[in-house]
Design a protein around this ligand. Structure first.
Ligand code: SF4
Ligand code: SF4
Length: 460
């Protein structure tokens, strides 16, 4: 049931507008499903995989491919029907991807007895337990993530709250308006499901820059968020609305997954499509695509011209992972970005005016010019140096941390002091590393420290 809310405003003070070339147009093109579809495990550290298929097996849309060993009722389902043609493993023999060669005529597994559409009224009559079971059977539990480590939550837990951020500020991921166009009602059904799962403790945020969705969903939205990247990150949203320590273990879900949950509830069909973006300065025609889950990078870029020496990033430019054309996009990765791989060292960059160089200070002339989009590349502009205590990393942290102090504590193996300084609140946005003139890999250090803490069982 739609919740009536009085929208509050959050102003996130420390954010950064990343003016990068290659912003996807709002046009949406449909990419037909290719012959090969790849299914990757969720990119979380707490998923212990139990494989159900072997090479040569035939699967349908909705067949269980693998489950979690710890939470045995959490499954990943197949988004295609066909034959398992390859199972690839990565470092430490961890499963990388299951490749399915699609049938010409695909078939679906009937997963659930729920064959008719549920109205929001009917949804309000359904118990929480039966909704949880339905999402587990429908392979949609992996849509949820739990703070502070952003892993998959225990289905037996009741979350202190669930956060949904409609917009994503990171270059370049699907635009909230494009995502929800023609799907407002469906989103409302997804919100009704989440309200039930979260016992009414649901936070829904929208960017102030998205007035159309703000108006269309005004009865559902609890917060409008003001700020640039990463103001709409769910961790930033949580940080600026946190009223108790219990919320440190809140859950979140993307708006795209809210739609998938709603689609499952309405149709009882495992949702197999997703909206993604292809963007970045290395792409000739950046745009939105509607595609099958599990497309290869090669198939996503096949209709556009790519820069001669590309670096492919699965996900956003700031937080995504570097990959290759032969790899597949994970179900939780909603964009491919292409940068130019820079291998040449720039000759005496410090005597040049820097007209096209992104800067947070007045060191380059670009700071004095009207905002323009920059051809962001992979160049590091020199080698790493020691911390010069300039303090530049502090005014960009959206959750008010002191990155240089946390980094020093971690360097000195003082993890407790790093936690006291807020390490668990870090949203791994990458801004401190991006801004650091010494090019210290602050975010990577925080990420691996957080991962270590998760394994040793440190709670928030
Ligand atoms: S990555 Fe850096 S800037 Fe971003 S939240 Fe963490 S400490 Fe702050
Ligand atoms: S921006 Fe880099 S050099 Fe400056 S204080 Fe932070 S870590 Fe040190």
């Amino acid at each position: 049931m739609a919740q009536v809310s009085f929208m509050k405003t959050i102003t996130v003070p420390n954010t950064c507008e990343i003016n990068c070339l290659g912003k996807p147009s709002l046009e949406v093109k449909t990419l037909e499903a290719p012959e090969l579809i790849g299914v990757k495990p969720p990119s979380v550290s707490n998923f212990e995989l139990c494989l159900h298929v072997s090479i040569g097996d035939h699967v349908q849309i909705g067949t269980r491919l693998f489950s979690d060993k710890k939470y045995r009722e959490v499954h990943i389902l197949s988004p295609a029907s066909g034959q398992i043609s390859d199972i690839r493993y990565g470092p430490k023999n961890a499963l990388d991807v299951i490749v399915i060669k699609r049938d010409k005529e695909e078939s679906r597994l009937q997963i659930s007895d729920q064959k008719t559409s549920l109205s929001t009224y009917q949804l309000s009559q359904v118990t929480r337990d039966s909704l949880v079971t339905s999402l587990l059977d429908g392979g949609l539990w992996t849509s949820f993530r739990q703070f502070p480590f952003r892993n998959i939550p225990d289905p037996k837990q009741i979350p202190p709250a669930i956060y949904v951020s409609i917009d994503q500020d990171e270059p370049f991921l699907p635009n909230g308006t494009v995502l929800l166009k023609d799907h407002i009602e469906l989103f409302g059904i997804g919100v009704a499901v989440l309200n039930n799962i979260a016992n009414g403790n649901l936070y829904i945020g929208v960017s102030q820059k998205n007035p159309r969705i703000k108006s269309a969903l005004r009865e559902l939205i609890t917060h409008q968020i003001i700020g640039d990247y990463p103001a709409n990150d769910p961790g930033v949203f949580l940080y600026h609305t946190k009223t108790s320590s219990e919320l440190n273990n809140a859950w979140y879900i993307t708006a795209q997954d809210v739609l998938r949950i709603a689609e499952w509830i309405v149709t009882a069909h495992y949702p197999i499509d997703q909206l993604i973006t292809l963007g970045g300065p290395g792409v000739s025609k950046p745009m939105h695509y509607k595609t099958r889950i599990g497309m290869s990078i090669k198939d996503i870029v096949r209709e556009t011209t790519i820069t001669p020496n590309p670096r492919y990033i699965a996900g956003g430019i700031m937080t995504g992972r570097t990959t290759t054309q032969d790899d597949f996009l994970g179900a939780d990765e909603h964009g491919v970005n292409v940068l130019s791989e820079e291998t040449d060292q720039e000759w005496v960059p410090y005597i040049k005016p820097g007209l096209y160089r992104p800067t947070s200070t007045t060191a380059f002339l670009s700071a004095l010019l009207p905002i323009r989009r920059h051809p962001l590349t992979t160049a590091l502009q020199g080698s790493p140096r020691d911390c010069i205590s300039c303090g530049d990393c502090m005014p960009v942290c959206p959750v008010n941390l002191l990155p240089q102090f946390i980094h020093k504590h971690l360097e000195n193996n003082q993890e407790n002091l790093a936690i006291e300084h807020g390490l668990l609140d870090c949203v791994e946005c990458g801004l401190c590393s991006y801004i650091c003139p010494s090019k210290i890999e602050l975010t990577a250090t925080f990420k691996s420290a957080r991962s270590r803490l998760e394994k040793t069982g440190v709670s928030s």
